[in-house]
Design a binder for this molecule. Structure first.
Ligand SMILES: Cc1cc2nc3c(=O)[nH]c(=O)nc-3n(C[C@H](O)[C@H](O)[C@H](O)COP(=O)(O)OP(=O)(O)OC[C@H]3O[C@@H](n4cnc5c(N)ncnc54)[C@H](O)[C@@H]3O)c2cc1C
Length: 438
């Protein structure tokens, strides 16, 4: 079953699966000799539509073919149902299975555990295509590309064998629980903790705002395990299965955007966990693991923010070409043209930096990928661009832009959170500044 998944992706890419190598901690670099700059490809600003396939020097024709398949899938299989999922506040589990059957989950996972070890750029293609399709849910990228890498990067052999294949098939939906009611930006202020009892750990505490929290079958929970030292030196990550006694989920939190993504409070009341629930072999390594994985989470937010901004721009370009006012289309008015011109310019600049960061992540794969400084700059600038674009695009839709049935209204609300989550932009400024003055 799982090797078929590899075969499918191999066919999309039109290359043998073995040609895509897995390497380093992030298992996400190109084949050793593959060119990572294709100078003969146009930049997005040269394309008729910013999302047209075939641009950007970081991609190859193989990626274009994969993109075509992903584009068709997201636009035909997911997009038509998305408004309903937004109203329901969650995506049906069958969709996760469908994603798994099509081989779209955890594509960079090592072949040894049923993955295909695809390159990081193919993951970027998936992230972008989902958002180009105005499909903000399910948050499969969180489960596949943030949660799962913790397991294949740090997990014990037993944890890898037990969980990775189920993530790939869509039988396990994952989430990661760091934030707490009294500790978001200040992660070292968490109170959720474990106490040793014989060979077991007993967990108490609560988490909030956890994406995929309602649907999750497996949650990586950040907890204090040694209170006698600084939190950064005494934290661990625990793999908590949804049916563990004492672990309960609160209600699906009502949000202003990203409404198809379920977001939950989680409660841990004397949850007894076996020794094997600690991620990895060593105690008190949780902070270090988080610090290694957070930059790629921020890069992901930047990639998706850029992709969504391009979708909003194209949606608006289409609208102003059709909408009539004062005997002409809106697109005929110079002030409207100037707004579009400003947005397109910023989007091209944004894409250039995002692509540089993707490249950097590839080049530095052996030492852990993109660093905090660059990833924070990308997250900061792109998410602020995204919010400028969302505001402007809604404005150009007039009153219709304020109506929920118009996708731009939902994109506006979806965009608002990007300056807050994955580390708020104030925290991004702190990280960037620290490096500047160090
Ligand atoms: C839709 C959504 C999904 C989420 N998904 C997840 C998830 O899956 N897992 C998870 O663990 N968390 C998740 N979060 C939580 C998210 O990461 C936090 O909301 C975020 O880190 C901010 O923390 P906070 O909400 O506690 O705000 P606070 O930390 O209370 O901050 C409030 C304000 O103060 C500012 N501030 C705080 N400290 C400083 C400082 N030192 N200098 C300057 N300004 C500062 C912040 O920038 C912010 O503007 C999600 C949140 C949302 C809204």
């Amino acid at each position: 079953m799982l090797s078929n998944v590899g075969g499918r992706i191999g066919r999309w890419l039109n290359i043998p699966v073995s040609a895509v190598k897995v390497s380093s901690r992030l298992q996400s670099t190109l084949t050793d000799n593959a060119p990572i700059i294709n100078l003969n490809r146009p930049i997005i600003g040269q394309m008729e539509n910013l999302m047209d396939i075939g641009s950007r020097s970081i991609f190859s024709e193989e990626h274009d073919m994969f993109r075509e398949t992903a584009r068709k899938f997201f636009r035909e299989k997911l997009q038509p149902h998305h408004f309903k999922w937004e109203q329901d506040g969650i995506v049906p589990r069958e969709i996760w299975k469908l994603l798994g059957e099509h081989g779209f989950l955890g594509i960079t996972s090592p072949e040894k555990y049923g993955g295909i070890g695809a390159d990081f750029l193919s993951t970027v293609v998936l992230w972008e295509e989902q958002w180009y399709a105005h499909c903000t849910s399910p948050d499969c990228s969180l489960s596949s590309d943030l949660v799962l890498p913790y397991i294949w990067s740090y997990g014990t052999e037993e944890q890898k064998v037990n969980y990775i294949p189920k993530f790939l098939s869509g039988d396990i939906i994952g989430s990661i629980a760091m934030s707490e009611p009294a500790a978001g930006s200040d992660l070292q202020g968490i109170r959720t903790n474990v106490v040793k009892d014989g060979d077991d750990w007993v967990m108490n505490g609560s988490k909030v705002f956890i994406t995929n929290g309602i649907a999750a079958d497996l949650v990586i929970v950040v907890a204090l395990m040694d209170k006698s030292v600084k939190p950064a030196k005494g934290m661990g990550l625990f793999l908590v299965e949804a049916d563990t006694p004492g672990f309960t989920k609160g209600k699906n939190l009502s949000k202003i955007g990203l409404n198809g993504q379920d977001t939950a409070e989680l409660f841990f009341d004397n949850v007894r966990l076996p020794k094997s629930a600690l991620l990895g072999e060593e105690e008190n390594k949780g902070w270090q693991m988080l610090m290694e994985q957070l930059p790629v989470e921020r890069l992901k937010v930047a990639v998706m923010g850029q992709a969504y901004s391009m979708w909003m721009f194209e949606e608006t370009r289409k609208y102003v070409r059709e909408r009539k006012a004062f005997g002409k289309t809106l697109a005929n008015l110079q002030t409207i043209q100037h707004k579009l011109a400003e947005m397109k310019t910023e989007l091209c600049i944004g894409q250039a930096y995002v692509d540089q960061c993707i490249l950097m992540h590839l080049k530095m794969a052996a030492s852990g990928g993109i660093d905090h400084h660059q990833a924070s700059m990308a997250k900061l600038w792109i998410t602020e661009l995204q919010n400028r674009v969302a505001t402007q695009c809604l404005q150009l839709h007039g009153g219709w832009g304020y109506m929920k049935e118009y996708p731009i209204s939902r994109a506006f609300c979806d965009s608002r959170v990007t300056t807050i989550y994955a580390g708020s932009n104030e925290i991004m400024r702190e990280i960037i500044a620290k490096d500047i003055v160090a």
